[in-house]
Design a protein. Structure first.
Lengths: 281, 224, 288
């Protein structure tokens, strides 16, 4: 009998069997989920908070559906994923109205307490509101160019303000900090305390660390300078920069592992503590 | 061309120079200018956010209209969005329910029990993929990769409490392994991050200058 | 079954085994005693000491710059800092420049205020003992405005109460009157707060970030632009240890240790396999 079966027939039969098993397991899991949820979070129990109980059941269900992606992509996951995008969108729209449009624009212009307040608000809000409306014209292909005035104002102001702030905070302060330990070590106070073990531990050691850090900073900056070819001495400097970068990326990887696992730990704590109400020791 | 290009570029230059100079001018007029301009920027920023929200809705609407692959799922985006907006805008009527003895806002409920679990779970999936990827691809094939591997292992282990126990057991002092991890963060990591930070700062400053001088015009959109 | 076509079957099996191991490494520690001895980092201790030094009635501005995706790492540290403020009688001024963070900030304020009642027998009243200012757009421009005009940036709090004349904001008209600025962030906002806020206003600043972002903070810590920082769940655990109030941070540390050891063993195992493969193959055809 098996001689009559073609490879395609066997594959189709395998697939159908697999789908039947998956559907069976899914139905079983759904039944188990609801039974367990109502045992641990009965919203109809006396003294229960129904909204909170139902909320925890919904949250646990959504969490488990999302984790089903680890098995494989499936329609339930896609539904929940899109629902989440929609809920995010809806939430942001309402918050934008409640916290921005209504108090900053609508109420001062359309619900002013006095006429004087209205004219004062109009004086301050007329230009930005018109520019904001012009910004929305970006949607139109034909008239989208009017939004350039709004973008010009935002981008121009942002760029102008950024220059002194970035120069101060990210360049001058950082360069000062890079040199300071060396300055302290060879300054009057540092040298006066030399030949003591305290100077070696609290001043010289950080100084050598600072020198190492300065070498690292310079070589890393040099590595990213692609306008000149890295040959001979440049190649050596670039190589040292790569070593520093590798150590830094390794450290970043270590922290990334920590971060991702923390997110998983948080979710598991929710499922075990809040949903299943298993007390932690 | 004057209205579509020249005037916007002149606005960028003029406003940009004002923004640059205000940091160095202590006169009260400078402070008033900052106050007014930041208010304008707040309002414009809010409108820009609305534009972003519209773009997302429009993308899903187009997908449904053209019946592209997976268009049915986009309907759930609208279900979620309209549901949240309904309970948010009509919070006094349909947006509030009684639960036990409390009045519960469905808007806050949706955030607490739909938004939070979905967002938190999506990113926690990365833990599994990261572990699998680390096992499959993280190999010390050369010196640079070896440095990365050693640094990663020291930092990963040094930042957990178990490292203090193992450090005491192996080396006699609880802080040796954690201090090794700290040393990696305080010196080579600091050096590389500072180098990257300086590079980014120089890049942002040069890009800002290019914007003010009208060399960089991509923010104006197409057709120029 | 494989989501990537043509992947060898043993990779599928290895992948699923790793997923199960990770899940076990996270779930099993939950059932054991989570108390572990560890020394809080000096960067965390600096923040603790700073808040300890602020007189009752002082103000700590807390910017919530994360959304629910990073809730597991950052919510415990938000709670820990707010609990500390309530314990010391310091007024937390909570705000957020991101719409998605409003709910998380609201939850944090509510939970910390309720906890103050049970933990410190203090009834916290919004507008008097703490204030949740809510959300305003603009981010960097909002910070710039707050430097000179905080009440003008938030003329009402989240609950619609006017900030002018609010007891919680007595004596605070701008960022310059804040005793400590704390940015709890999952986005690249710490650098912006430093440049546009703390450095410009001349106030001390601390940060609490996800572990992914923590390595980026070291240049600012070394330059004293940040007086301290909390890195990831371990940062939250360190702060809870200093505060002597157990929370999700400390309770997650055993699972954190277990999972880190598992990942290290997986990486070492794979590399040992690589080196032995090279050794026996005479240096050729190193296996993946």
């Amino acid at each position: 009998m098996t001689d009559d079966l073609q490879p395609d027939d066997i594959r189709i039969a395998d697939k159908a069997a697999r789908q039947a098993i998956e559907m069976g397991v899914l139905v079983l899991l759904i039944v188990v989920f609801f039974v367990v949820s109502f045992m641990r979070q009965n919203p109809f129990a006396e003294g229960a908070n129904p909204a909170k109980a139902i909320g925890i059941i919904v949250a646990a269900g959504l969490t488990i559906i999302m984790y089903s992606f680890l098995y494989r992509d499936n329609p339930l996951f896609k539904i929940v994923e899109n629902l989440y995008v929609g809920v995010t969108l809806g939430y942001n729209v309402v918050i934008s109205w409640r916290q921005f449009l209504r108090p900053l624009v609508y109420q001062p212009l359309f619900e002013p307490p006095t006429a004087e307040a209205f004219w004062n608000s109009l004086a301050h809000l007329f230009v930005p509101v018109i520019l904001g409306i012009l910004l929305l014209a970006r949607i139109s292909r034909k008239h989208g160019w009017v939004s350039r005035y709004s973008y010009a104002l935002m981008i121009g102001w942002g760029a102008g303000v950024a220059i002194p702030l970035f120069t101060n905070s990210y360049i001058l302060e950082q360069l000062t900090a890079a040199v300071k330990p060396i300055q302290e070590a060879v300054g009057p106070r540092g040298l006066a305390a030399a030949n003591s073990w305290e100077w070696a531990l609290y001043v010289a050691a950080p100084m050598f660390g600072a020198v190492l850090a300065m070498i690292g900073t310079f070589t890393v900056l040099f590595y990213f300078f692609f306008s000149v070819e890295h040959k001979k001495v440049g190649a050596v400097i670039s190589k040292v920069g790569i070593w520093f970068l590798m150590v830094s990326f390794g450290a970043s990887f270590g922290y990334t592992v920590m971060g991702r696992l923390s997110l998983l730990i948080g979710r598991v704590q929710f499922l075990l503590h809040d949903w299943l109400q298993i007390p932690q020791q | 061309m004057i209205f579509k290009r020249t005037i916007p570029l002149l606005i960028v230059l003029g406003i940009g120079l004002l923004g640059f100079m205000q940091d160095y001018v202590p006169h009260p007029w400078s402070a008033s200018l900052v106050d007014e301009m930041t208010t304008w920027s707040l309002i414009l920023g809010g409108f820009a956010a609305l534009l972003g929200l519209y773009s997302l809705l429009h993308m899903h609407w187009s997908r449904m209209r053209r019946k592209m692959s997976g268009w049915g799922y986009s309907a759930f985006v609208f279900i979620g969005a309209i549901g949240m907006m309904a309970v948010g805008f009509f919070s006094d009527s349909i947006g509030t329910v009684t639960s036990g003895t409390e009045r519960v806002s469905l808007y806050d409920w949706g955030y607490d029990y739909i938004y939070i679990p979905c967002a938190a779970t999506v990113f926690s999936l990365l833990a599994f993929y990261m572990a699998s990827a680390a096992f499959r691809t993280f190999r010390a094939r050369n010196l640079a990769a070896g440095l990365l591997l050693v640094a990663a292992i020291i930092v990963m282990f040094g930042r957990v409490p178990l490292s203090e126990t193992v450090s005491e057991w192996l080396l006699g002092d609880r802080q040796i392994i954690p201090n090794m991890a700290k040393a990696i963060m305080d010196y080579p990591n600091l050096a590389a991050k500072r180098g990257i930070l300086l590079g980014i700062a120089l890049g942002v400053i040069s890009q800002s200058l290019r914007i003010l001088l009208g060399i960089e015009r991509s923010y104006l959109g197409g057709g120029d | 079954m494989s989501q990537i076509r043509n992947l060898p079957k043993h990779y599928e099996l290895a992948r699923r085994i790793i997923y199960v191991l990770i899940a076990l490494a996270v779930i099993l520690p939950y059932f054991f005693n989570p108390k572990q001895e560890f020394k809080p980092a000096i960067e965390v201790e600096n923040i603790y000491k700073k808040i300890e030094s602020i007189k009752p009635g002082g103000h700590v501005l807390i910017s919530i710059d994360y959304d629910p995706a990073s809730e597991a790492e950052l919510y415990p540290m938000t709670l820990a800092i707010m609990r500390h403020c309530f314990k010391k009688g310091v007024i937390p001024v909570v705000m957020t420049p991101w719409p998605a963070s409003v709910g998380i900030a609201r939850l944090g304020c509510d939970e910390a205020a309720n906890d103050a009642n049970t933990m410190f027998q203090k009834k916290m009243v919004s507008g008097k003992d703490y204030v949740f200012l809510g959300f305003r757009p603009g981010f960097s421009q909002l910070i710039l405005k707050m430097v000179n005009n905080l009440k003008g940036s938030f003329d009402k709090d989240y609950y619609g109460q006017p900030t002018q004349g609010m007891k919680a904001l007595e004596g605070v008209n701008s960022l310059k009157e804040i005793d400590l600025l704390v940015d709890i962030a999952a986005v690249g906002s710490v650098e912006v707060w430093i440049a546009y806020g703390a450095d410009k206003a001349g106030i001390p600043m601390a940060a609490g970030t996800t572990a992914v972002m923590t390595p980026d903070l070291y240049p600012f810590y070394q330059s004293n632009q940040l007086m301290g920082f909390l890195g990831g769940l371990r940062g939250a655990a360190d702060y809870e240890k200093l505060l002597k109030i157990s929370g999700r941070g400390e309770r997650g540390m055993l699972a954190q240790s277990a999972t880190h050891v598992l990942i290290i063993l997986l990486i070492l195992g794979a590399n040992i396999r690589l080196f032995f493969g090279r050794f026996f193959a005479g240096g050729k055809g190193a296996s993946r």
